[in-house]
Design a protein around this ligand. Structure first.
Ligand code: URA
Length: 304
């Protein structure tokens, strides 16, 4: 191995006419960088650190991300998805950085930014949508457009909030007030906006899937609300219509999944809001039963 050579060994190899080859995407070893938490999720040290695990397979190991000057044009999309084994070993900051740097499919060419996820990372509830739209692409947060406002209202109606959770909820001596909303974590199947808000393509879903799988594994929710057909496709590997899947409890890796309509659909089909309300109540009931009656926050009081 060339990486661990000292000056004397290098000199000896040079004498012997042996050229030392450095892989194009790495540089000679340097001082170990700071931890990711210290360096920040988007620092060059963090990107290098993650990329070193398996830069090409991770799909973020493009030369421009690692060693090119900051003003260099972005690299073209890499024609392969992230390596599942690598992604499965990432913690939150590493995962966020990997997503931000991802160039695994063509959506990276036109995005303003990636849209990772938002909310309480220890939430009981996880809400899964489809893909960022224009507003989300601008703001870097899922569900901030009109569909997001409806989602927030729906969540509020059952005592939940994207802004609640251990980090945000006001607390006295570490104990949340009795009527504070419980937190949810919200993420999409795709982390980049499909142009013109077109449907996600199968290859885009396949390339992005390891990121959402890892998010779910990190949150370890006790209930997942699948909103719309692409969330259903991802979680249940099913192309059945929502109308046929709602009203029952499904499972993703053992986690209960309740299927409901996408809020954007509900905005166009107002009468179906009543069905979405029934779905939310089923989700609450399912979670309450799974928790043996114990539920956090106001959500606990929202099911009669
Ligand atoms: N629709 C989604 O599915 N997700 C968003 O983030 C916005 C709209």
């Amino acid at each position: 191995m060339t990486v661990g050579l000292d000056d004397r060994q290098r000199a000896m190899l040079a004498e012997m006419g042996v050229r030392i080859w450095w892989p194009a995407q790495t540089s000679p070893p340097q001082e170990a960088p700071a931890t990711i938490a210290e360096a920040g999720p988007n620092s060059p040290e963090t990107i290098k650190k993650i990329a070193k695990k398996d830069p090409v397979a991770l799909g973020i190991g493009r030369k421009s991300l690692i060693s090119a000057p900051a003003d260099a044009p972005p690299a073209p999309a890499a024609p392969m998805g992230p390596d599942v084994g690598v992604v499965n070993g990432l913690d939150w900051p590493e995962l966020e950085t990997a997503v931000a740097a991802c160039r695994a499919c063509g959506l990276c060419e036109r995005r303003r930014q990636t849209v990772f996820g938002v909310g309480d990372r220890q939430a009981d509830w996880m809400v899964i949508g489809e893909a960022p739209g224009e507003q989300e692409d601008l703001r870097g947060e899922p569900f901030v457009g009109p569909a997001g406002q409806l989602l927030d209202n729906m969540l509020r109606a059952v005592g939940l909030s994207r802004t609640a959770g251990p980090a945000d909820a006001p607390s006295a001596g570490g104990v949340a007030p009795p009527l504070s909303p419980a937190g949810v974590y919200i993420a999409n199947v795709l982390k980049c906006r499909p142009p013109g808000n077109r449907n996600p393509q199968p290859d885009e879903m396949a390339h992005c899937a390891p990121y959402l799988r890892r998010q779910i594994a990190l949150v370890q929710p006790r209930l997942i609300l699948a909103m719309g057909r692409f969330a259903v496709q991802f979680l249940l590997d099913s192309t059945e219509p929502i109308g046929r899947l709602r009203g029952q409890v499904h499972r993703y890796e053992g986690i209960p999944v309740v299927v409901t309509y996408h809020p954007a659909y509900l905005l166009r089909n107002l009468p179906d809001k009543a069905k979405a309300w029934a779905d939310l109540r089923l989700a609450l009931k399912t979670l309450r039963e799974a928790s043996g009656g114990r539920m956090a926050g106001q959500a606990a009081r929202s099911v009669s």
